[in-house]
Design a protein. Structure first.
Length: 79
């Protein structure tokens, strides 16, 4: 994912303008807060974070199902 330079915010600016940044993020903006010129943290909407957690859980469940299918195939093949 590519973040536009306008969405990169130095930590000092974020500290001084946190409320405005939070409003922008809630409205759909993507913001990366930088520290010493490097990406440090992402400021994201809580609904998006919940969605990412849900995707992670679904991925874990799909991986478990794949493992189960391979195990059953091994049992059926006598391995």
């Amino acid at each position: 994912m590519t973040i536009a330079p306008a969405n990169l915010v130095p930590l000092t600016h974020a500290r001084a303008h946190f409320s405005e940044l939070a409003d922008d993020v809630k409205a759909g903006a993507e913001t990366i807060i930088t520290k010493n010129g490097e990406s440090y943290v992402a400021l994201i909407d809580s609904d998006r974070l919940d969605y990412y957690h849900q995707l992670e859980q679904e991925h874990i469940h799909l991986s478990m199902l794949d493992d189960l299918e391979r195990g059953l195939a091994d049992v059926a093949a006598g391995r």
